[in-house]
Design a protein around this ligand. Structure first.
Ligand code: TYC
Length: 118
């Protein structure tokens, strides 16, 4: 059986009300659901984690190509912290756990955290 494309929800409509002249009035309402809170996952600089390891982590866990990963790593090295990606709460939390575990396993003090944005 062919899969059906999920339909985009239509703009909600208020219950029909009857005008003075018996006409039916349909009122549009603003979208009720708000977009989810987003979180930026950041890496902090330290004096010990090798640059190459940080580049590898950014490529591996944040799906960046080598050049972008290197730019992000250098920004962190020079400015103290840098954003590696923006995600919903659970995805951001998983990234933090994965990166922290990988750093610990490799014996590096690299710190990764997530912060709500906006
Ligand atoms: N400052 C580290 C060094 O000179 C490199 C580094 C970059 C460490 C980014 C952590 O998040 C980091 N080896």
């Amino acid at each position: 059986m062919a899969t059906q494309n999920p339909k985009k929800p239509e703009t909600p409509v208020a219950p029909p009300s009857v005008g003075n002249d018996d006409s039916v009035v349909l009122e549009r309402r603003a979208q009720r659901t708000k977009p989810p809170q987003m979180f930026q996952v950041v890496l902090l600089n330290d004096d010990f984690t090798p640059m190459e390891f940080v580049v590898h982590v950014i490529q591996e866990y944040f799906s960046k190509d080598r050049e972008t990963a290197t730019q992000i790593m250098l920004k962190i090295h020079l400015e103290g912290k840098g954003i590696c990606g923006i995600y919903t709460r659970d995805v951001a939390s998983t990234k933090v756990d994965q990166v922290s575990q990988a750093a610990r396993n490799a014996g590096h003090p690299l710190q990764c955290l997530s912060e709500p944005i906006e």
